[in-house]
Design a protein around this ligand. Structure first.
Ligand code: IPE
Ligand code: IPE
Ligand code: MG
Length: 254
């Protein structure tokens, strides 16, 4: 890691937090570290997940202030179903609570909600609440907030491949006509720009099956902060770090 990057990531608030210019259009976040946050306090894991939900509220307000128009949050992976049943129940319970209690405020704030992932694995009442939240906020344009729920990047790509194969079989798609843009239009993110910046909290440095196709040229930022502690200062720091990155997309600067 370059020294200036290292310096920028240390001591939030101590280094300059100049706003990114222009800000990333789309910031995606792998919200990791809830369990470790709780363990450090001698609390049950669910307390960490609860604190993590509070941090979601903060990031929405902060993103709007920074002029970011798309935020995608990895809240539950397709692999998280493998966790002990009690924890899965806690997480789905929190999701239910979030949908019932936060959507009206998000709607007032001008947030448009979307959900990606295999939503049919959730209980029917949650599936209905997800659809209602999307419909109720469909007219909003201030911030596009997408929650990835029961989401897995590989499953998403396989589903798109299956859809393409079915169209070929039906005679409506010529295999030679499949290109990157056409394939991307079959993904759950078809209405969204690719992420410019992917932040992962908690110090882990992996994507854990998040936005595998869409992350091809995303800037990656791994922060040593546990998700429940992530606040406006960390977001500002991430914007400043993004502004220092040189994005080349494979080309060579003149
Ligand atoms: C992230 O926190 C929340 C989910 C994955 C649902 P974790 O629960 O993974 O917390 P750690 O990684 O165990 O600290
Ligand atoms: C990734 O975190 C998924 C979410 C943050 C929702 P995990 O904690 O599940 O990832 P691994 O298991 O450490 O890779
Ligand atoms: Mg984790």
């Amino acid at each position: 890691m370059p020294a200036r990057t290292q310096a920028a990531l240390q001591g939030v608030g101590a280094v300059e937090t100049a706003p990114a210019d222009p800000p990333p259009c789309h910031v995606a976040v792998i919200m990791d570290g809830n369990g470790r946050w709780a363990a450090a306090r001698g609390l049950p894991r669910v307390a960490g997940h609860r604190a993590g939900a509070q941090a979601v509220r903060r990031i929405v307000e902060t993103a709007i202030r920074h002029g970011v128009s798309w935020i995608t949050l990895y809240a539950f992976s397709s692999e998280n179903w493998r966790r002990p049943a009690g924890e899965v129940l806690d997480l789905t319970g929190l999701l239910r609570h979030y949908l019932r209690n936060e959507v009206s405020e998000l709607k007032r704030e001008g947030v448009r909600l979307r959900f990606i992932g295999d939503r049919d694995r959730f209980d029917a009442d949650i599936v209905a609440d997800l659809a209602r939240a999307e419909a109720d906020t469909a007219g909003n344009t201030r911030l596009n907030l997408t929650l990835a729920l029961s989401y897995g990047g590989r499953a998403e790509i396989v589903a798109a491949a299956r859809a393409a194969a079915a169209a070929v079989r039906a005679g409506t798609l010529d295999p030679d006509a499949i290109d990157e843009a056409g394939f991307a239009s079959l993904l759950s993110t078809s209405s969204m720009p690719d992420p410019d910046l992917i932040i992962r909290t908690s110090g882990e440095q992996r994507l854990s099956n998040f936005l595998l196709w869409q992350s091809a040229y995303a800037e990656l930022l791994f922060l040593d902060v546990l998700w429940p502690d992530f606040g406006p200062a960390h977001f500002a720091k991430a914007m400043a770090e993004y502004a220092r990155r040189e994005r080349r997309f494979g080309a060579r600067p003149a």
